[in-house]
Each structure stands twice: as C-alpha cells, then as structure tokens.
Design a protein around this ligand. Structure first.
Ligand code: BGC
Ligand code: MG
Length: 538
C-alpha cells in the first residue's frame, strides 16, 4: 500500500545523475527483433516504454560493439561500430532518440582494460609496429616461464605466449582479451577518442568496465599470497593472490582526470566505474575524489554476498558518509555477472516477498541504485545444464562457479515458451519458473513485484530525501535495519525486517506519514520480511 505523492520539480543545481535510478540492459537477452534468438538494439528500442514506465532515470547498456563474442561483447574488436548481431549505428541512434524522447538518459559500457585479440591494435602490436607498447608484452623468465606469477580472473595464468613476438602478453580475463597498456599516453588518447565518438552521438555517460585492471605494475613484480578468509572457498588461483601488482596502480587516477576533462566538454555526463578487488573501496574513493575525476563508482559489496544482512548494508553505507570532496556511490544487488540476488539471499518459498523487500531497500539507499533487467520481475537464478552453458567462465569452472548464464537468460515478456523474447530459438533457455513471472502477467495482476517496483521508483522520484538525503543509521541488529534519509525539508524513515521472526518497530514513528508498506509492515509492527517507510516534514 502506498500513499499518493506529488512529483517535485527538478532542482537545476543538482546534476541529473545524483541519486538517479539506473536500469541495466544486457542486450543479448532483452528483446530479439529479427528472430535470430539474440537480443538486439532494435529490440531494446521496442521495449523502452517498459523501462520508462518503471520510472527509472537512465539505462546502461552492456557492450554492443563489434566483437568475436568470446566474452559476449566484453572482448571488443571495434569500439566505434555496432556488432551486426546487435544491429547498426543507425539502430543505436534510433535507440538514443527514443530513450531521450521518453526522458531516459543513456549510459553505455566502456571497456578500457582490454580489447579482443581480433582488434587491429593488437594485430599491429603483435607485429611490433608503432603500437608495440600498446599492450603488456614481456620476455619470459630465463627458464621460459611467464614473467610474473599473475593469474587471470577466469582461471589459469594471466600470461599467454605469442610465437611471433617470442614474448608473453598479459590478459586479466580470457586469453582472447589482451590487456591494454593504459600507462601509455597514446593508448589513453585512443581511448579518449572512443569516448568522444560516443559522446558526439549523444550518450549521457559511461559505465567503465573493470577500470582498475587497466594498468599493471611496469616492473611486473609478483603478487604476494592473499591471507585465507575463513569460510571463503577459493575456486581459482586468482583467489590466492593479493593483486597489488597486477592491477590497482596509483597512476590510474590521472587517466580518470583526462576522461573527466573530456566529459566536462559535454555538460552533465555521468561517469561510473566498476571497481573490484581487495582494495576496491580505497580505489573507488581515489577515482571519484574531488571535482576533477569520475562522478561515481560501485563495487561488489552486494553482488556476491551470500546473505543480505543489516550489518552488510550498514557497513556499505558507512563507507560513503558524504564528507566534502567525496565521490558519490552507486549500488547494484544484481548484474550480468552475479547470481540473481533472490537465489542468494532467501529460500525458494520466500522469493516473491523477498524480491519486493530488497527492491525497497535498494531504492532507499544513498547513492545511485542500479537495477538489472528482470530484477523488477523478481527473477531467480536459472540453472543451466552443462551442455547448454555459453559463458566461458562457467564452462571452465563447472560445476564450482555459479554460472553467469543463469542470470543472463532472456527477459520473459510473456509466459509462453519463448517468453515473447524471440520468434527463433533463444540463445539461452527461459525457465518455467521465470516465465511464470512474465511482465504481461505481472502487469495484469492487481499486486505484483513489477507494480511494487514502479511504486517504489515513483516514491524515490517524489521524495528528494530518498535521492539526496543524508543517511543516518538508527538500528542494525541481527534482522532489523532502520535508517533515516534526511534533508532540511524532511526525513524519511526506512525500517526493514530482513529476518523471518516478527518484530516490534524499534523506533518512535509518532507523527509520521506512511509512504510505503511492504509485506505488511506498519508503524508499530514489522512482520518477518517486511518494511515500513514513512516521512516527517521539516
Ligand atoms: C564485466 C564482465 C566481463 C569482465 C571483463 C567485468 O567486470 O562485467 O562481464 O567478463 O569485466 O571485461
Ligand atoms: Mg536479434
């Protein structure tokens, strides 16, 4: 139940992106328009009304550039062209025009840490041309083994031998994703030209992929071993190292400054870095410090967390207290890399209740919430049998690593076999469980996760406290999480019971106006898996 609310006029002093809700689209899996079983840009354009109706402010589209698709588009062979499977540049222009018409900003993915091995820069670099130093090349050790002990994210050494150069090249991900040497100013210039190409086409910002992997220690020093974390299973050699030398170089901030300098020429462009690793917080802070670097960054706090606890949320919020000069955080509970959150955070029978509870929480956080396509339907992780797996990481690590494919299955628009996604054979199967949660089904139902998401997004739009207010923690016990978002004009109280056991509201709610109740929460009682959101003026 939600009370009606007025929509405030925009404050011109605050850039559009501050507190904005962002919707991530994984183009392969959103909507196919030509029957080849793979989603495409024309398909996205066709479905933008669904996104606009949700009430988000922006879309972020995962890579749609020319690619051999070894890592499904995160291996780019031409940064300034659209892969034929996704369409054409004209399709992209049409997408941007339609999005802007609907009031949606458009963010695109920029992958600056590596290219595809099919990129012409890499071909030139292998041939030791003037681009010889555009990638990270190194001689073998005297015994022929790789120059350092660095390991790749997807498993196995981060170095592959190239017979032509008689040298190894570095790749933090697949061997088909050679790492760029972003220390090299000529490489930086080329990447900035790419950014400029898309800014000139009208994009409103960038999600910067794996940014802290774009520079490695020029001395190629070995990474030290990482201390074992009790209870954490190490599935890859990568997990055994503290990656202080293979990534996370301090010079990276100078590149963020150059990128920001370019972005500033285009007005309110939003720049948001993806930053993982054991030093992620420190690096996110450095990348976003002051006025001359990136606007925002997000890490993996929630993406791989096995449970959603009050402590996890309180700790994440405390990392960004809002000090002056501090960057602005962004938060994702789900994306195309991590298993669907409901499958990590609750029992199967609680999925529907938990989905709306966690959506309410995400949309009450200070920062930019990033929703992943299908999260608004409460989709669960799909179990893809080995013979249908597509993701190279999942195939290499099967059955130990939860498959990324299970979070990349096509969007169920309708509840029939192909989900309204394609007229052909979908590149990954749609499960009956998720098809039952199809958008048409939820649009028609009087109460649904989809409708709850729309109302919660409307609430965030209507109340500046939720977008911009300070975060004040009031209570974080084993199951209860209560905080307040405050601005001079008012305060919104957000109370969540993340556990199964009913609890009394732990704070005084006298005089507050109801904004939203999830799963039966009220101003005095919070049943298991419920929430209550209320406001006081002034
Ligand atoms: C992307 C992944 C990709 C990797 C390499 C990540 O952070 O989100 O999907 O495999 O970067 O580009
Ligand atoms: Mg298609």
């Amino acid at each position: 139940m939600l009370a009606p609310h007025p929509v405030p006029s925009a404050n011109p002093a605050v850039p559009w992106w501050r507190g904005a809700a962002i919707y991530q689209i994984y183009p392969r899996s959103f909507q196919d328009s030509n029957g080849d079983g793979v989603g495409d840009l024309a398909g996205i354009t066709r479905r933008l009304d669904h996104v606009a109706d949700l009430g988000v402010d922006a879309i972020w589209i995962s890579p749609f550039f020319t690619s051999p698709m070894k890592d499904f588009g995160y291996d780019i062979s031409d940064y300034c062209a659209v892969d034929p499977v996704f369409g054409t540049l004209a399709d992209f222009d049409a997408l941007v025009a339609r999005a802007h018409h609907l009031g949606l900003k458009v963010l695109i993915d920029q992958v600056y840490a590596h290219t595809s091995d099919q990129h012409e820069w890499f071909a030139d670099s292998r041939a030791t041309s003037d681009k010889a130093d555009w990638y990270v090349w190194a001689d073998p050790k005297a015994d022929g083994t790789p120059p350092s002990n660095w390991q790749s994210v997807f498993g196995g050494p981060a170095w592959t031998w190239d017979a032509r150069r008689c040298q190894y090249y570095l790749h933090t991900f697949l061997k088909e994703q050679p790492q760029l040497n972003v220390h090299n100013v000529a490489v930086q210039d080329a990447l900035l030209d790419v950014a400029k190409f898309w800014l000139d086409r009208g994009v409103d910002g960038f999600r910067l992929d794996a940014l802290n992997h774009a520079m490695a220690d020029p001395l190629l020093r070995d990474n030290p071993p990482a201390p074992e974390v009790p209870g954490q299973r190490r599935t890859r050699p990568f997990d055994y190292q503290d990656k202080v030398h293979s990534q996370s170089q301090p010079e990276m901030v100078y590149f963020t400054e150059r990128l920001r300098g370019l972005a500033n020429e285009y007005g309110a462009v939003f720049t948001m870095a993806e930053v993982g690793g054991s030093n992620a917080l420190e690096e996110m802070k450095a990348f976003t410090l002051g006025e001359n670097r990136l606007d925002s960054a997000y890490g993996f706090d929630f993406l791989y967390a096995p449970a959603l606890t009050p402590d996890l949320v309180a700790t994440a919020m405390a990392e960004w207290p809002g000090d002056s000069g501090e960057g602005w955080p962004s938060w994702a509970f789900e994306n195309h890399d991590a298993p669907r959150a409901v499958s990590r955070w609750c029992a199967a029978e609680d999925i529907d209740n938990f989905a709306s509870l966690k959506m309410a929480l995400l949309l009450c956080l200070r920062g930019n919430p990033i929703l992943y396509q299908g999260e608004e339907l409460g989709l669960e992780q799909d179990d893809i049998p080995f013979h249908l797996l597509q993701d190279p990481e999942a195939i290499a690590n099967w059955p130990l690593t939860l498959s990324r494919d299970g979070a990349r299955t096509p969007f169920p628009w309708t509840d029939d076999e192909r989900g309204g996604f394609t007229t052909g054979t979908p590149w990954l199967p749609l499960s009956p469980a998720n098809r039952a949660r199809a958008a048409v089904v939820q649009s028609a139902a009087p109460f649904s996760m989809l409708k709850a998401t729309r109302r919660l997004l409307a609430l965030r739009r209507a109340h500046a406290e939720l977008r911009l207010g300070r975060f004040e923690l009031l209570e974080a016990t084993q199951n209860l999480l209560v905080f307040r978002r405050t601005l001079p004009q008012g305060a919104v109280l957000c109370a969540f019971n993340l556990g199964q056991v009913d609890a009394a509201m732990p704070v005084d709610t006298a005089g507050m106006t109801l904004l939203a109740s999830i799963n039966g929460g009220d101003s005095s009682e919070l049943p298991g898996l419920s929430a209550w959101i209320g406001r006081t003026a002034g």
